[in-house]
Design a protein around this ligand. Sequence first.
Ligand SMILES: *Cc1c(COP(=O)(O)O)cnc(C)c1O
Length: 452
Amino acid sequence: MPTQPLASGPHGPDALRPLLDTVLDALAEGRKARGGPLPAGGPEATARQVADALGDVLPDEGDPDGLRALVRLLAEGAADPADPLCAGHLHCPPLAVATAADLAVSALNPSLDSWDQAPGATALEAVVTQALARAAGLADALVTTGGTESNQLALLLAREAGHGSVQLVCGAAAHHSLARAAWLLGLPDPVLVPAPGGTLDPAALDAALTALPGPLLVAATAGTTDAGLIDPLPEIAALCAAHGARLHIDAAYGGGLLFSDRHRAKLAGLDAAHTVTLDLHKLGWQPVAAGLLAVADPAELAVLHHRADYLNADDDTEAGHPDLLGRSLRTTRRPDILKAAVTLRTLGRRGLGALVDQVCDLAREFAALVEAHPGFELYDTPVISTVLFRPAEATDAAVADARRELLHEGRAVLGRARLDGRLWLKATLLNPRTRPDDLAHLLKLVEGSTPR
Ligand SMILES: *Cc1c(COP(=O)(O)O)cnc(C)c1O
């Protein structure tokens, strides 16, 4: 067995170059074999195909063809967000330049738990997180694995600001991770405020904040997962100020609107929050993971301070080594900020804003197609890039069957959302390369799979 080359060091680039060719060829082969947005046949067929191709997971002797074989297998079994008919979730097609930057992270493998494992990455993260936080009107940001971890940290900071307790109050359409974070942190179940039409009702919030004993944390949503709706942020911020409640805004989806001159105003009020969840692996075209938690008052992060002598000894910190343990609850941590920094630099605010504008335009076009079609019903005009629709007069069961049929045939990926007591199909348009023809094709596929 020849010695295995390393990814970095003097021979790293020469070792990686042919392997990258192998990976790129295998991606293309796998995509071709799949032939659509996802593999046909459903979970059993895919599991069988994977098991058959894998064979012995840990063979006694190595297989030099393993890279090609398994990358091809993954690609063949992928739901590819770069396919225009893959529009089910907040699952974006990553930009090539961001993915290439992520390769550099894998090659160098810096770890952001101590400065001596990541000198440059530490400095880069400090500057870029501050710039992104300021773009949202806040002061600093922690890097997270996504909206779920950001929401958890927001709740933790609120609990500590409340000296060990806080009552979470959120709209009925808030993300599930908030309730889960309350459970994880030993906090009471959230008080759910009605969200008629999908957004938090300010009058109901006022009543809840009047009735509840503090300390209180209101979590508003800028871009609901189901419908892409934005809670009335300025009104909510005013109510929080009047009642002395903390405000967290979950902008995991809508945060990307900050890059767009046309759509930024929809986020008015964001800068009134104590904490804001941002997620660049949604409306930011980053490979997973690319979450942030922006904070208005960096001094609040002091509660995350933690000492481990092998990582942040007092004398190292006094000598000027940045103390990284207080910037995450994780220890070993990738510099996920590199791909975001590369993206910001390469595309600029205008380039990113143009991508945001494109997917918002696509959603309006798709909504117009649905509205013009007598066989379909549109939930509402899209606010971001989510379109909810359903075949007119179909039962909920027929809507659910139509979606599953498209998945099982490998023809389209659509999401589902229950709103107004009915089941809707959800198209989350995050692919700026999608063409009007693709949207018409998507609607035709749904039409063809709905029983009359
Ligand atoms: C996606 C989403 C989250 C969770 O983010 P992950 O990156 O999946 O952890 C939280 N809040 C909202 C509103 C979301 O849409």
